[in-house]
Design a binder for this molecule. Structure first.
Ligand SMILES: [Zn+2]
Length: 228
């Protein structure tokens, strides 16, 4: 039992930190967001809702500047103020905004949203717990292994999630009669934006796989669907 105690403590610590980080993210979103009231975008989300055979898609504006979209496990979709501003400026079309919302709906539908609520402190908790456990068996190198494992797991999970959410969005946008075009054109636009600002990528791209690879994956999907 004495041998196991540090391991149990590490696991307990990880669970508590995870809970705190989920709670903190929820509280931040609740405090800094308002429901989207834009008639043009509402028409788009109504088309998505009709394709999904649900009443409505709950979309909120999250009052921060970085261009980003995210989904809460309860199904709420958040578009940042910075992203919405690009739509109001005419830099991003309503159909392209719909493609972001469809992508985020994919994260909810596929059950990714819960996992994604874990912010960095959640990841750090996991890393710390792993270090505590591994160090008991392999001193010194245990910490390095724990670091590598956590990073690898986080990036692999997120890449896979992104391709799945893109695929879900492509199917939903096709069913809603919007098509895959806006999804691809938005990727191109965001990439151009990155180049203009000398390599400063919008947050929505940074947390995602390379744009070129995402477009290629969508085109492969189109070909697969065309073959039927
Ligand atoms: Zn995503």
């Amino acid at each position: 039992m004495l041998r196991l105690t540090p391991i149990l403590l590490a696991i307990g610590y990880a669970i508590v930190m995870y809970r705190i980080s989920v709670w903190r993210t929820h509280r931040e979103l609740d405090a800094k967001s308002t429901e989207l009231a834009d008639p043009v975008l509402k028409r788009m989300t109504d088309r998505l809702a009709a394709a999904l055979e649900i009443d409505r898609v709950p979309v909120y504006i999250y009052e921060i500047d970085p261009v980003n979209g995210l989904a809460a496990p309860d199904g709420r979709i958040f578009i940042t103020r910075g992203f919405y501003r690009k739509f109001r400026n005419g830099e991003v079309s309503a159909e392209e905004m719909a493609s972001v919302i469809a992508h985020e709906l994919g994260h909810v539908a596929l059950g990714h949203a819960k996992r994604r609520m874990i912010d960095f402190s959640g990841q750090n908790a996991m890393r710390t717990a792993l270090i505590m456990v591994l160090n008991r068996f392999i001193p010194f190198i245990g910490a390095m292994i724990a670091n590598a494992l956590t990073s690898l797991l986080a990036s692999r999970l997120s890449r896979q999630d992104e391709y799945e959410a893109d695929e879900y969005a492509a199917a939903l946008l096709t069913k809603a009669g919007i098509g895959i075009g806006p999804q691809k054109s938005l990727f191109h636009k965001l990439e151009d934006l990155t180049q203009q600002r000398a390599g400063v990528a919008p947050a929505w791209l940074m947390s995602h796989p390379k744009t070129g690879e995402r477009i290629a994956a969508l085109e492969a999907l189109e070909q697969r669907w065309a073959r039927g």
